[in-house]
Design a protein around this ligand. Structure first.
Ligand SMILES: *Cc1c(COP(=O)(O)O)cnc(C)c1O
Length: 410
């Protein structure tokens, strides 16, 4: 495909996206196809000879669209939202057009430096303590991960390395694998499924402690569980507090949980995947009280801040723990510019990394803080309005209304 064909194909694709978004209200949210619908519509083998792009666009309508669930239809009310906006779609296109793999500074200086800059913008929008920001000149910093699941796992693995090192320095006779086998993580029974999965993948016992009737993990419950494990000779290592739980969008109290973590020298990670976007509005920042007691904090601009998937913002108080956990040097990864700018390869699981900062930058600049605050407040307003409507109807019982989530039964 040459540049001219690309332009025609590309323009057709942009028209397709705009028409889709403007008209998806008319479509049924759920597709009516049966499982296995797609295979009969396409050949069993990849084509031997290339096809013109027009054929591909035709098959978007014939093969793909009948099997799409319309997440951005105003009638879609399942799950949590996934972010979408035109500037983010454009940025994704340009990111793909540049196709750089920015794992260290020299692999694309703009990729690293823009990420540092926009993660500072975003951190300041949330009013996060300076220690988490790249501009604090301290050991903290922000990085964009693909998902909240990865952010939780990264926190867990970093905490594990930190603990093993610290423990081995006090108990040098213990083998590393012995220490690792004793580490325990804690969260609540309201935490997201990805928390349990992080425990599985990271080989750490994960205790999902009972929450109270409001869906919050109480500090005394955490403290009692930690003490019980210490008695058994186990080593408490990692706690995941949730701001905006998946079942009811409940908020754990960071301050009281954080104090327990400090008492036992346990790493506190904050999972604010969905609700974190609300903290760009000053009236919701009170939920962050005590966040300075956390070692890591994460939320998903790709959920509620108009940025397309994948964009999960993670800040850590001391990046050294990530770098120590994930630093594997090879001669081909060395470069003569190793210095102040982070080599983000050591802050993540994979080697390769996408230029995700561009879409965050495009969205922040297109809407401004004010525009994004308006978007969040509108969702919260709509949820309130909906729960008020439910309350006037005897058939429904509203259980809770928090941020953009209304829980009710009939
Ligand atoms: C959505 C969500 C997750 C998972 O997010 P991914 O980015 O898909 O991994 C984790 N925790 C909470 C509280 C969530 O709402």
């Amino acid at each position: 495909m040459d540049a001219q064909q690309f332009k025609e194909f590309g323009y057709a694709a942009i028209d397709f996206i705009a028409d889709y978004i403007e008209n998806n209200r008319k479509r049924d949210v759920l597709p009516s196809v049966e499982q296995g619908y797609l295979q009969p519509l396409i050949p069993d083998h990849a084509p031997q000879h290339g096809e013109p792009w027009q054929e591909l666009m035709k098959d978007m309508d014939r093969v793909i669209m009948p099997g799409i669930t319309h997440w951005h239809s105003p009638n879609f009310h399942a799950y949590y939202p996934t972010g979408h906006s035109y500037p983010s779609v454009v940025a994704e296109t340009i990111t793909s057009g540049l196709s750089v793999i920015g794992f260290n500074w020299i692999a694309s200086p703009a990729c690293t430096e823009l990420e540092v800059a926009v993660m500072n913008w975003l951190g300041k929008m949330l009013n996060l303590p300076d220690v988490f920001l790249n501009c604090s000149r301290g050991p903290g910093g922000g990085v964009i991960q693909a998902t909240a699941s990865e952010a939780t796992l990264i926190g867990l693995l970093a905490a594990k390395e930190k603990f093993v090192k610290e423990y081995k320095s006090i108990r040098p006779e213990m083998m590393e694998c012995e220490v690792k086998a004793k580490l325990v993580a804690y969260s609540s029974d309201q935490s997201n499924s990805s928390i349990e999965k992080a425990g599985l993948i990271g080989s750490m016992t994960m205790r999902l402690l009972p929450s109270d009737s409001d869906g919050k993990l109480q500090a005394e419950v955490l403290r009692a569980a930690i003490l019980k494990d210490i008695e058994k000779g186990l080593i408490p290592c990692y706690v995941i507090a949730t701001l905006g739980t998946t079942p009811t969008c409940a908020f754990d109290d960071l301050e009281s949980l954080g104090l327990v973590c400090k008492e036992f020298n346990v790493w506190m990670h904050v999972d604010a995947a969905y609700a974190g976007s609300a903290f760009i509005c000053p009236e919701y920042q009170h939920h962050l009280k005590g966040v300075e007691l956390a070692e890591s904090f994460n939320f998903n601009p790709h959920k509620w801040m108009m940025v397309t998937f994948d964009c999960s913002a993670l800040w850590v108080k001391d990046a050294k723990y990530l770098v120590q956990a994930f630093n594997v040097q090879r001669i081909y990864l060395k470069h003569k510019h190793q210095g102040d700018a982070p080599d983000y390869i050591h802050w993540q699981l994979a080697l390769g990394r996408k230029f995700r900062a561009l879409k965050l930058w495009f969205v922040l600049r297109t809407y401004g803080v004010e525009g994004l605050q308006k978007h969040v407040r509108n969702h919260i307003q709509l949820a309130k309005y909906f729960s008020e409507l439910l309350a006037t109807d005897k058939r429904f019982n509203v259980f809770s209304c928090s941020m953009g989530l209304v829980c009710f039964h009939f």
